[in-house]
Design a protein around this ligand. Structure first.
Ligand code: MOS
Length: 763
């Protein structure tokens, strides 16, 4: 075992190497724009240079004279498309702003023309020669801009159902012995996955194939079919590999149906590879947020009152919000809680999911405030969390299915050396460097969605697993293969996994960290169907009791407790008895509490995730604790984060290697969200300024010299058959607060606005 492949503890699978490792490092993994097309035309986007107004006219003369140009599509000649509803209102779209529909412009960088040419270079050249005459209106850029409107999220966003409240906050806060009121800000951020927002569309008669990085092939297939007014069965989305998602590919963007429509008109495949800067405006992003936290506590640190008010920016057209109060109002024991989430509409593209959408900004506020409260109480911040730890969430009183928050704090504190910290701010230094230690809680809801799978087992043990899941870099192939191998008792090398294709059995969106729980639960169930079929063949006269169903095994004895066999079957004999060489089973799994229309919705590309605080009798979250060391140069104010240490508990860890990788990436991204990442918006023009990798800062190796991930053993039998809590979005939560808490410890300066840059340090 190595650091990258941690020794599995109880309730963990083996740290086997990635299923797709060789394909990826040898360049054989084919991404959307790598797919070979027959005589493709190349599309290049022209995007709007104003954020609000109208197009008066185009001058396309110069552009059309570029050799190889086939067509230039604008709102005057674009294919007619049906509008799609926002996903949070039951549709598929990440935005309802449909480009090329009219001369109106709703945001910076909206698609206003598509040049199609014989080569990428010709399309790009012509796009640069498109001249546009605009009538510009003054746009509202963000929170403080004139012309924005603000209203409660509840009532305008169907997925935001409640502003959680319990007890009498006002009275309890008034009477509290210790009080804190503080405001926090988080910036606009863009996901920037490595793979660009490409789309290739190829028609074969009435059948459309789309090659596009997507986190939800069933959603995209059904959404594009709706926009084109064709049968969803005519559309196939293929993406065996996705070069990063982070939420930006969870819902449909307008580009796909536009390219499909153009390809249909040309009767020729069309390939679009937008530029990096176009990705900032043709897809979604994390909008800026503002928070006010009020905490009241007794002298011994027990919370008596908590209020979290959040505001988020969205577009004029869509009431998107992340609404993280569902988490922050339930994280700690507190009898009197109040909250409110508002949406501020500005002239912006519609924001969307970005890794841990609610928790990253909302826990920044809460976990910063908890640290400030600890200072007021003269209490160790770890002890403040311990005093307010709870087995039941305070809003509805529901028990957590399992909660290892303090075990995580204890493990991470020990590994970090928290006991070496001297509590007073500015009390630790090393030469010219002020040293600060900080910590914060992290948590992420455990979510599951209805999922189907097909499993084929051959006489020689070769196994094929089919499920329309997604490999967005998380290790999906690997853990699906491990699950099938384990459940069927066949060697891992004999398992082939097919995902990333909407012709396969449906799986949910690869979002909300649900994929492992959903896909593995479905695969386990279908593997059991295969086993039962063979069991019946061998022992036709034995009635298949529930107990027997659980304990039937094949070949070698499976290693997991759940699949443990006391009556292993001989595979050859079982197939002989069956009189066949192949067993193939299809099945549909849904989590407890999933709505009645789950399976129908699953096929039509609608998400029906359950979990988190929305479970009926329980509440399910994964937890962690993060500790950071920061160093701030007294002279230059340079900020470094030499050590990030996190301990995490997320139910069954399917593969400690891929889990560690996810959590390590999360810690790095969490640090990055505190110190580096921010999309700057020009207040006058409502345009993104740093829409490129030179100016939008992301961490490099030198920024993260030390990252340590500790995986805790946790068994949770209440969540799903796989016993897994999602952890893809667990580790980048709370890190931003831990960094600011450490900066306070190093300098005595409390920073409540992200990102923190050296010019913000007054030390
Ligand atoms: Mo994640 S933001 O739910 O893809």
């Amino acid at each position: 075992m190595t650091a990258a492949a941690p020794e599995p503890k109880a309730t963990m699978g083996q740290p086997v190497p990635r299923y797709d490792a060789t394909a990826k490092v040898t360049g054989r993994a084919t991404y959307g724009s790598d797919m070979p097309l027959d005589n493709p035309a190349y599309a290049f986007l022209v995007t709007s240079a104003i954020a609000r107004g109208r197009i008066n006219s185009f001058d396309l003369g110069d552009a059309k004279r570029v050799r190889g140009v086939i067509d230039i599509v604008t709102h005057e000649n674009a294919p007619k498309l049906k509008e799609s509803k926002l996903f949070s209102n039951g549709g598929y779209a990440g935005t309802t702003i449909q480009p090329l529909k009219s001369a109106d412009i709703a945001h910076d960088g909206e698609i206003i023309a598509v040049v199609v040419a014989e080569s990428y270079e010709a399309a790009r050249e012509a796009a640069n020669r498109v001249k546009v005459s605009y009538s510009a209106a003054t746009p509202s850029a963000s929170f403080d801009s004139p012309g924005t409107t603000k209203a409660a999220a509840k009532g305008q966003n169907a997925q935001f159902r409640e502003d959680p409240q319990v007890g009498d906050f006002a009275k309890a806060f008034e009477e509290a012995e210790v009080k804190l009121t503080a405001s926090y800000d988080t910036p606009t951020q863009h996901h920037n996955p490595m793979e660009l927002f490409s789309t290739s569309c190829a028609w074969m008669g009435d059948d459309l194939v789309i090659y596009e990085p997507s986190q939800y092939v069933y959603g995209l297939k059904n959404g594009v079919a709706e926009q084109l007014s064709i049968d969803a069965d005519k559309v196939r989305v293929v993406n065996p590999y996705v070069g990063g998602g982070f939420g930006s590919r969870g819902s449909m963007t307008p580009r796909t149906a536009i390219i499909a429509g153009i390809a249909k008109g040309l009767n020729r495949p069309v390939k679009l590879v937008p530029t990096r800067d176009q990705g900032f405006t043709i897809a979604t992003y994390r909008a800026e947020t503002r928070h006010e936290i009020k905490l009241g506590a007794s002298r011994d640190g027990k919370l008596v009152a908590l209020r979290h008010e959040g505001a988020e920016v969205s577009s004029r057209a869509d009431a998107y919000c992340v609404g993280g109060t569902k988490t922050t109002t339930r994280l700690y024991a507190c009898p009197n809680v109040d909250s409110l989430v508002s949406i501020v509409r500005a002239d912006r593209n519609t924001p969307g999911f970005m890794r841990s959408p609610p928790e990253v900004p909302y826990l920044f506020a809460l976990e910063s405030a908890m640290d400030e409260l600890a200072v007021k109480l003269n209490m160790d911040p770890v002890e403040l969390r311990r005093v307010n730890d709870t087995t039941n969430e305070p809003i509805g009183g529901k028990p957590y299915t399992s909660r290892s928050l303090m075990a995580c704090f204890d493990a991470a504190a020990k590994a970090f050396g928290w006991s070496q910290r001297s509590a007073a701010p500015r009390s630790m230094s090393d030469g010219d460097w002020l040293v600060g230690y900080g910590c914060a809680s992290t948590c992420y809801p455990t979510q599951m969605g209805p999922s189907a799978a097909r499993v084929r087992l051959q006489r020689d043990g070769r196994t094929r697993v089919e499920i329309a899941g997604h490999e967005i870099g998380t290790g999906a192939y690997t853990i699906i293969a491990q699950t099938a191998a384990d459940r069927l008792g066949v060697p891992l090398e004999k398992v082939s996994v097919f995902i990333g294709d909407s012709d396969l059995p449906p799986a949910p969106v690869a979002g909300g960290s649900n994929s492992t729980a959903s896909a593995c639960s479905a695969v386990m169930m279908v593997c059991d169907q295969v086993r039962q079929k063979l069991f019946k063949a061998v022992m036709p006269n034995e009635s298949l009791t529930d107990k027997a169903k659980e304990t039937v095994g094949i070949g070698q004895t499976p290693t997991t407790q759940a699949a443990k066999s006391d009556r292993p079957l001989d595979l050859e004999k079982a197939f002989d008895a069956l009189g066949a060489s192949v067993v193939e089973e299809y099945g549909e799994w849904k989590p407890d509490g999933a709505p009645l229309d789950s399976f129908k919705a699953m096929h039509s590309g609608h998400v029906r995730l359950v979990g988190g605080a929305a479970l009926k009798d329980k509440i399910a979250y994964a937890f962690g604790a993060e500790f950071v060391e920061v160093r701030i140069n007294r002279l230059t104010h340079e900020i470094r984060a030499p050590r990030l240490v996190g301990a995490f508990a997320a139910g069954r860890i399917m593969n400690p290697r891929t889990a560690r990788s996810q959590l390590m990436g999360g810690l790095i991204w969490g640090m990055s969200s505190a110190l580096l990442e921010a999309t700057e918006i020009d207040e006058r023009t409502a345009r993104y300024v740093n829409d490129n990798f030179a100016d939008y800062l992301v961490p490099v190796n030198a920024d993260v010299p030390g990252v340590e991930v500790i995986l805790l053993s946790e068994q949770d039998d209440h969540i799903n058959p796989a016993g897994a809590k999602g952890l893809g979005e667990l580790a980048n939560v709370g890190t931003n607060a831990a960094i600011c808490n450490a900066i306070y410890h190093a300098t005595g300066q409390r920073i409540r606005k992200l990102p923190v840059r050296l010019e913000n340090i007054e030390a």
